[in-house]
Design a protein around this ligand. Sequence first.
Ligand SMILES: Cc1ncc(COP(=O)(O)O)c(C=O)c1O
Length: 382
Amino acid sequence: MKHMTPRSLMPSRRAGSLRHTTSPSFSPATLLSLHRSSSFSRRWSTFNNGLVEGFPGAVGNTPLIKLRGLSEETGCEILGKAEFMNPGGSVKDRAALYIVRDAEERGLLTKGGTVVEGTAGNTGIGLAHICKARGYKCKIFMPNTQSQEKIDLLRSLGAEVIPVPAVAYDNPANYNHQARDFAQATPNCVWTDQFDNVANRYGHFSTTGPEIWFQTQHKVDAFTCSTGTGGTLAGVGLFLKQKKPSIKIILADPPGSVLYSYVKEGKLEREGSSITEGIGQGRITKNLKDAPIDDAIQIPDEETMSMFFRLLDEEGLFVGASAALNVVAAVKVAKKLGPGHTVATVLCDGAQRYYSRLLNKKWLDEKKLLHTLPDKYLQFLH
Ligand SMILES: Cc1ncc(COP(=O)(O)O)c(C=O)c1O
């Protein structure tokens, strides 16, 4: 993937009768000044001695955790952004907040309106919280391969969940298209369009990127993470690259995603599959488009699961599989850069959401992962 100048981070106009947002052009310089000056940033990004305004005010400003054992092992600072500490429990609270806020500011969402999203889970959870906090209804179309914990949680948060068959994006029955079609047919309804609505990456450009920049005291040498919508990688990457052009932005990809081959060879090809949820992609989303990506790493599930238990055993961190995959990638990047470097990544969510899978012997065995785990980790399984 080339280092192209991003043309758009912010959505701004209404597309016909369909109430979702599309993208105008903004240069990185315009974006930075917009970020500094906008009421948007002031209202949603400030952190006032720990006192915040409601659920939306509690999103972001997460700790950046130095992973002690891995840092010692590599001679680098390996840092994980504790996104599981967001009030809705994941990195997607940021995207959900910025997408809803953007729709409000454009007058697309009015009192009693409905927010509809096609989501693999965490965005829906963030949206469900924000909808309750702001007085909207929330409707979620979700592939029926997702964990029961996520579905139950969404329903408990008052969202209407419609599980649909997990089919490819080019199939009209894909969950994303179903969400769009529902919004088209429903009055006062906004389709948040998390994959292609660049308010998503703007949220990371405005918050996650600057937080990492300040928390590392500008020392960050590389940032790596996996992508679902691409919002996190692109938003953080765009912010950090313009602050420090020498920084390396590395895409971490699970098997079964086309992005690794796209970055490496410019081809949208995929092989295999992965147990990770919320990451991996079959196309270049608008959020990922023109992101300043230097390289990609593909991480097999065996390494992800081993790191999942290592983080629990050595660091006391109970994070999900995408977070574990990100940490594997951060260690690989650190080893490539050599000692003395600072590598940041994202701990996307907590493992509670995957308890019935990732800690279940039978499930791990079915996925042919149980025998790959070191014996010392078997104590954690049920
Ligand atoms: C657990 C988890 N990790 C990572 C991601 C990827 O984040 P992004 O959509 O910003 O690429 C997601 C997205 O839904 C997720 O749910």
